[in-house]
Design a protein around this ligand. Sequence first.
Ligand code: EPU
Length: 435
Amino acid sequence: MQAFRITGGKPLHGAVRISGTKNLISKLMVASTLAEGESTFTNVPLHLGETEITSDIIQSLGAGIRGADDGTMLIHTPKFATSQVPERFALLNRIPILLIGPLLHRTGKAEVPIPGGDKIGARPVDFHINALKKMGARIDLKRHFYHCEADGLKGAKIGLNFPSVGATENIIIAATLAKGTTIIDNAAVEPEIIELVKYLQKMGAIISIETNRRIIIEGVGSLHGAEHHIMPDRIEAASFACAAVASKGDVFIEDADQSAMLTFLNTMRRAGGDFDILDGGIRFYYKGKLKATAIETNVHPGFMTDWQQPWVLMMTQAEGLSVVHETVYENRFGYVSELRKMGAHIELYNSCLGGSECRFTTLSNPHSAVIFGPTKLKGADINIPDLRAGFVYLIAAALAQGQSTITGIHHVERGYEHIEKKLKGLGVDIERIEA
Ligand code: EPU
């Protein structure tokens, strides 16, 4: 088993170029299968676990995929060789469920395993399944597989109980070739979704984004291949930003995009960490004492749930009592116990702290955290349970006095490309070992 050994205690300094975003490339690869023709993607994080898993899934269905060293990917699916996503892809990531639309349009059938991904809550897919049923799909769940059939999907009016990213993407992808118009109310409008819409429009789709979270898709007869640039990963950018400031360092994050990070940047400034928006990226640096903050995670344009973990780590270095209320996932503080082992003082609560009541108010899940700072961190042996926790442990280890050994590194490599090289480039003493 591979592990990272990190000897911490130094501020992060230098420059790091962030990769194209994991949560877009996988969706565009799925959307490309709606057409027979070839699509070209640039700025693709080709060495990311998530891209590799998604490539394997789509190739198993008959797609041809070629990647080049400059981050270009050529992908085409002249024909689906099968309607079944093989069982070996069950629970690996959240992508197979998004293939129901393309498979139904092109083969009339789809058999996909239940989705996996990080264990950060129940993560049901009821919104996806109910919407596809409304669009005319017949769907049964048998032995971990969704068995779906349709004689052509049709447009429908769908209201989501919560602005789910995956459900919005699934409906948009399925609706582009459906007969008639589909309306999604309470849709997610994350920048990655706007990018998906832009790519589909290039392919020939007609999709409008209205006010009040309404998205309207007018079904078209066919789509063709198109080119698209993968936007820089705003989760990776924020993760490195927190790492830079928490370590009292100074890091230029090449390709970080201000417009997709407005809320993060405002929150960073309130906390006393500073930044300069420069040509080609954003420089983040420690300016003096960090102040405690109260934040609530939310859907876009709110503070992303995927920024929560590095933020909590940064708050362990702030003066006073910080509060984080997680409102997107009911169980996203699993990583805190290992941070406590390293010396962080963090308490978890089932109640909604610091603001409004969320949908988890009646559940007995710890979804609010109070962080007491500043605390000195010390090295420890830790095992990574999920992707975002993984990055936090690496950074905690980089901040800590002494040595840490971190196992379970495949989780972090699913979402952070070349992580070891990037951290080394910022002066972190990190080596890969056999544990
Ligand atoms: N939900 C339902 N029913 C559904 C779908 C969602 O109840 O049918 C609930 C979920 O349980 C959750 C909330 O709605 O409580 C939000 O889930 P959403 O569907 O928005 O999340 P997702 O599409 O599964 C994507 C990202 C996540 C990111 C979230 C929120 C991908 C592959 N994953 O997940 O990314 O946290 O949106 O922005 O795009 C990560 O990158 O580490 C990660 C977990």
